[in-house]
Design a protein around this ligand. Structure first.
Ligand code: PMP
Length: 282
């Protein structure tokens, strides 16, 4: 299919990565993953907004207007006839002889986006997934959606090797987030999640969940909580663009609650579905 390369729709085979692209050499760039349901982009503006914020935080100037980029992404989905799947988009600081400091004068950033067909993980969302607790070894700017994902990758691999779906990270006993998701717990009818500070990525799915809670008057606390709190929670779930609201029914082999998806989690999954239907009807 087609891909976007620096603002143009082109055939994938025609795009080549330069060996001195700073994304390739340093992970010097940012990215987004956007869900497509029924051919429609879900929370498109929120993702584009976060992309520009990430760019700003690393001193990268995106050479396109938000509106232009949105239009191109919609064209890409249309052209590739994507129904249910994702768009992956990344921007690197560009191509320049290897040296750590930013190129001076600045070079053109390199933007790439492509689509991938991907079903919703419906079976696992119904059944619940297993989590593994791991130490959060990442840097202190996890609020940036950076291409540098080694910490996340190492955590996810550890989880996979233990037969777990996600690694739930903690810093000195405080639960931060999953390797590619945000973490929520429910205790005594209150939904609790880590505040959106430098230690986590403020997930778009997280933001949608908080918005739902506000409109449905579900009590929420954006407060740090401990591994001990998590293990003793009534319900736990993770959230992400690709996994939506995924119940966590086991942590390190121990059951959470009754070891099945909880009622609050299932209710939120239902509300989330309604958000998808509102935004991406067909
Ligand atoms: N935290 C991390 C570290 C992630 O990689 C992701 C998803 N890529 C999330 C949280 C969830 O963010 P979103 O809901 O925007 O997909």
């Amino acid at each position: 299919g087609k891909v976007i390369y620096n603002g143009e729709l082109v055939e994938r085979e025609n795009v080549k990565v330069d060996i001195e692209d700073r994304g390739y050499q340093f992970g010097d760039g940012i990215y987004e993953v956007i869900r497509v349901y029924n051919g429609g982009l879900f929370t498109k503006n929120e993702h584009i907004q976060r992309l520009y914020e990430s760019a700003e935080k690393i001193g990268l100037k995106i050479p396109f207007e938000k509106e232009f980029l949105c239009k191109k992404l919609e064209e890409l989905v249309e052209e590739n006839q994507l129904q249910t799947g994702i768009i992956y988009l990344q921007i690197t600081r560009g191509v320049s002889p290897r040296q750590h400091g930013f190129p001076t004068p600045a070079v053109e950033p390199v933007l790439v986006a492509y689509t991938k067909s991907m079903e919703r993980p419906e079976a696992l969302m119904k059944e619940g997934a297993k989590g593994l607790l791991v130490e959060d070894i990442r840097w202190l700017r996890c609020d940036i959606k950076s291409l540098n994902l080694l910490g996340n990758i190492m955590a996810k691999q550890k989880a996979a090797e233990s037969g777990c779906f996600e690694a739930i990270q903690h810093r000195e006993g405080i639960v931060t987030e999953g390797s590619s998701s945000n973490v929520f717990m429910i205790k005594n009818g209150i939904l609790i999640t880590h505040p959106a500070v430098n230690l986590i990525l403020n997930g778009i799915t997280r933001q949608v969940i908080l918005k739902i809670c506000k409109s449905k008057q579900i009590p929420v606390k954006e407060e740090a909580f401990t591994v001990d709190d998590l293990v003793n929670a009534d319900e736990v779930f993770i959230s992400s663009t690709t996994s939506e609201i995924m119940p966590i029914v086991q942590l390190d082999g121990n059951k959470i609650g009754h070891g099945i998806p909880g009622e609050w989690t299932k209710q939120l999954q239902q509300y989330f579905m309604e958000e998808i239907q509102k935004e991406c009807k067909n």
